[in-house]
Design a protein around this ligand. Structure first.
Ligand code: HEM
Length: 200
C-alpha cells in the first residue's frame, strides 16, 4: 500500500509533535531538577543525541523509499533534516552560554584545541549550509550543484557520529550502537563512496 499525500500530512504532524514532546520533556527535566549532578552537561548530551537521532531519521528516508517503494516519503526528509539542525543549534547554544558563559575566544580556542569539537564544528557548518540551501528558490538556482552539496550530508553523519564516539568517557556500548547505525546508513550509499574512490 502506498502512503497518500494525506498520510504524509499526518506523518509531518507526528514529526512536529515528537519534536515538541522532546522539547517539553527536556524543559520538565530541567524544571524538576532531574538532570543529575551536572545538569548543563546532561542538557548538552540530550540535545546532541536528539540532533543525531533526527539526522539518522533523515538519512533513513531514502533507503525506506527504495525498499518499500514509497516515493512520497521524500516530502518528510527536509523537515527531519531541519529539525536535526535546530537541535544541534540548541546543543551549541547551551554549550556556549551555560558552559562557557559566552566567552567566544575560549570557544574558538576549545574548538581548535580539541579534535572532537573541531569535528562537531565542521558538522555544524555542513548542516548550516544544507539548511540554508534547502530553501526552494535557492535550491532551484543551484541546479546540479545542489545535489553535489547535499551529498555532504553523508560526511555530516560520519563526523557527527565520530564526534559523539570521541566525546564519551563512559557508555561506549550506546556510542557503538550509534556507530553501527551510522555504518549501516553509509553502507546504503555504497555507490556514492565507490564513485568517489574511482574518480581518485
Ligand atoms: C560547534 C559544534 C559543536 C560543539 C561545540 C559541540 C560540543 C559538544 C560537547 C561539549 C559535548 C559534550 C562532551 C562531554 O561530555 O564532555 C558534545 C557531545 C555530543 N555532541 Fe556535540 N558539539 C557540536 C556539534 C555537534 C553536532 C553537529 C552533533 C550532531 C549532529 C553533535 C552531537 C553530539 C552528541 C551525540 C554528543 C554526545 C552526547 C552524549 O554523550 O550523550 N554535536 N558536543
Amino acid at each position: 500500500m502506498k502512503i497518500s499525500p494525506r498520510g504524509i500530512f499526518y506523518l509531518k504532524g507526528l514529526i512536529h509533535l515528537s519534536a515538541l514532546a522532546t522539547f517539553i520533556w527536556l524543559a520538565y527535566l530541567v524544571e524538576q531538577d532531574h538532570l543529575g549532578a551536572d545538569p548543563v552537561k546532561e542538557m548538552i548530551h540530550f540535545l546532541g543525541k536528539t540532533s543525531l537521532n533526527f539526522l539518522f531519521l533523515t538519512l533513513l528516508v531514502t533507503p525506506l523509499i527504495k525498499r518499500f517503494k514509497q516515493p512520497l516519503l521524500i516530502r518528510v526528509r527536509r523537515l527531519l533534516g531541519l529539525y536535526s539542525f535546530a537541535w544541534v543549534c540548541l546543543h551549541l547554544i547551551v554549550f556556549v552560554w551555560l558552559e562557557l558563559d559566552w566567552h567566544l575566544l575560549l570557544f574558538f580556542d576549545e574548538v581548535v584545541k580539541r579534535p572532537y569539537l573541531s569535528l562537531g564544528a565542521i558538522t555544524w557548518v555542513i548542516l548550516l549550509l544544507l539548511s540554508i540551501t534547502s530553501i526552494n528558490a535557492i535550491k532551484r538556482s543551484m541546479k546540479r550543484n545542489w545535489l553535489t552539496l547535499h551529498r555532504f550530508v553523508y560526511w555530516a553523519l560520519l563526523f557527527a557520529t565520530i564526534h559523539y564516539y570521541w566525546s564519551v568517557k563512559s557508555g561506549l556500548i550506546e556510542a557503538s550502537i550509534y556507530l553501527a547505525v551510522c555504518v549501516f546508513l553509509l553502507f546504503e550509499r555504497k555507490p556514492y563512496f565507490l564513485s568517489l574512490f574511482k574518480r581518485r
